[in-house]
Every structure is written in structure tokens, then in C-alpha cells.
Design a binder for this molecule. Sequence first.
Ligand code: A3P
Ligand code: MG
Ligand code: MG
Length: 380
Amino acid sequence: PTNHHWHQSSATPEQTPPRSQTLCTRREAYERAFPLYKQPVEVGCFSLDSQRRFFNDSRQMRYYVEPDRSPNFDLSDGYRGRYVKRDENVKEKLDHILRWIVANRSKLKSKLSPDASCPLDFDFVTWRGHLTKLLTTPYETREGWLLAVTRFNDTLYISEVETEAARRERENRPERNQEMMYWGYKFEQYMCADKTYSEPDPSGVVNTNEAFCTVVQTRLTDHKLLFSGEVDCRDKDPDAPPPPACYVELKTSAEICTPKQRSNFHRFKLLKWWAQSFLPGVPRVVAGFRDHDGIVVSVETFQISKISQLIKNEYNCWKPTVCMNFCCDFLSFVKREATEDNPSVVYLFSWEPHKDVTYSVHRDSQYSFLPDWYIKEMTC
Ligand code: A3P
Ligand code: MG
Ligand code: MG
């Protein structure tokens, strides 16, 4: 019964079925009890400044400011003239996380000795965003993914590779979509202050190089995880609970006017929002609902812990347990298949909607992503 989601070629009932080199992504295969997911613990943070430079501190932290009842934020304001866009052609891979690990290695305990960080006591190191993609895979019908995996000192590093389709889409993004991408960042500027005692400054520049990232550790069944994710802002109350419980995720979405729009919001938007914030233990999403011209007409708070209740009445809706069980089984699949411990070997896991996950192996290729400085620093 434990192998029910594996594709089996020609198993006879008496034999253990042969292990498949592919992983099924059908929802029905992952409908079982919710797996153990330990409460995520923040182990550190880092900041990326207006020039995308790394700092091992919280200098880019912003503070949530409760908006007016009817806000009227114009999300297009500043799109031409006060917008510095991060260069999406620069592929940073895991570099910022690796810099954080090197800077904080004395704080991280090792598998072998509690005083050293070699080897790291984690099975997986990755970005939260990559795990979000895994969680939503059983429900994704449009965009596939490529995940490069390298085993080094018995830790599996997972770094996304942009698919050809995603690159084409990015390079041919219509002007309207470009502007709508800006809207999400502009909303953050209306909602956040730089200091606990200051107010948001919508007259400033929106610079998407800037980021504050949390680094959390947790466990999904027998997988010890270390991952980092960008955090939009935190509760400014000094009595707020410690991170990640004080963090607030900000989102924008089209205003909901019809039952059909509400249903789509529950079925597609809330899945993405839930997956992204559940992983690092961020408890709430504050959503700005905007009209077709990018004017925010209302703001609503969603508690992540209440989202599964909210969607239960939707026909054929997504289930948190399917998301988590698929992620868990994918990580088990990676552990089992990516066996060669070698920083220049990449196992490239590939998925397209309506297909199984497959992989290929690459030596000293364009896909290698662990930098020499990291390998040198972590070779003890
Ligand atoms: P919205 O999600 O409110 O539209 P995040 O919410 O994850 O902090 O991201 C901030 C904003 O970045 C998003 O705001 C959106 O504008 C933009 N963004 C993030 N991921 C994106 C993606 N995959 N495609 C397009 N825009 C994206
Ligand atoms: Mg963000
Ligand atoms: Mg956000």
C-alpha cells in the first residue's frame, strides 16, 4: 500500500514492485492523512539592498501599517518614473542562502559534532518558493518546472532552473502584465513603513531589488529542511509574537463581484497564498482587492489556519494534505535517486502538467550551481 502512487511496470503480486524512476503527480495518489510538519523556527534572516547586495541582518525589514477602511490606493502611480526593476536575467540560484549559511555556520550544528557545521544537519536546502511550486504541483495545469538537485556532504541542495516556456513568456510579457507585476510591489509600499514609528511613503521609488528574507528550519516527516523566503513585513507591536508568527504576507487580487469569481479565487488564488505562507509559518495574508484600473477598493485579512475551512464548500477543490504529501514524496524520491555525493553533479528533475516527474543526470554541466567559494568553505 505504501507504493500505491508509484508507476509499476510489471510487478507480480509476490514480489516487491521495482522502484520507478518517475513520480506520479495525480491528486488521488496523495489523499491520505496530513504528514508531520513541525512548526517552522526562524534561525536567522538576511537582507538584499537596492543594488541586490547581501547583508547578514534585518536592515530591509518593514512594518505593517493598518490602512483606511476604504483605501483608494492607485497601484499604477510611479510605474513610469519611480520604478527600479530587478534584472530577471541574473540567475542568483541559491547564492544568497549559501552566503547566509557560510556567515552563520557556527550557529548551525553538525550531524557529526555539535560544535561544527560540517556536514550540515539538514537533508535539504532550498528557497521557500521552490517548495511552494512542489506543494501546488498536483493542482497545476499550466506551468511545468525544472529543479536542479546536487548532493554535497549528504545535504541535497535544490535550485530552480527556468524552463524554456517560462523564459519565452518572460521575454514576451505584454506591457499590461508588466504593469500588473508592478502593482503588487506598489501595494507593499502603501502598506509598509521603514520604521516602527513611521508612516508609509507612497511618493518614494519602488525598487524590487530590495528584500528581507527569513531563514527557517523545520521537518516534513523524516526530511530536515532549511529554507529561506522573502517576507513582506511584520507586526510593529513590540508585544507581537516572535518571528515567523509576527510576519504578514501582502497580496493583491482582482476585486470579487460574482459567485464565479469567488469560486476561482478560492480554487486558484487561495491555494498559492496558502502554500507560500504555510511553509514558513507566516500566519496571515493581507489582501488588497483592486479594480481593472489598479485602484485598491478594499483590504481583507486571511488567517492561513482558516483557509482550509473557507474552501471546503468549493466543489472539487484543492486539499492541503495532497499538497504536503506530494512534497514529502517528492523529497523522498529525490533522496532515493540523487545518490552521488558530488558538487559538480546535478540531477535535473523535470515536470510538465499531466505528466510524471522524471529526471536526468548532468556532470560538470551548465546546470551545476554550487559555487566554488561555497564548496571550499564547506569542505572540512
Ligand atoms: P501580488 O502577488 O500581490 O500580485 P509576493 O506577494 O510573493 O511578496 O510578491 C510580490 C509581487 O511580486 C506580487 O504581488 C507580484 O506583483 C510580483 N510577483 C511575484 N511572483 C510573481 C510571478 N511569478 N509572476 C508575476 N509576478 C510576480
Ligand atoms: Mg514578497
Ligand atoms: Mg506579497
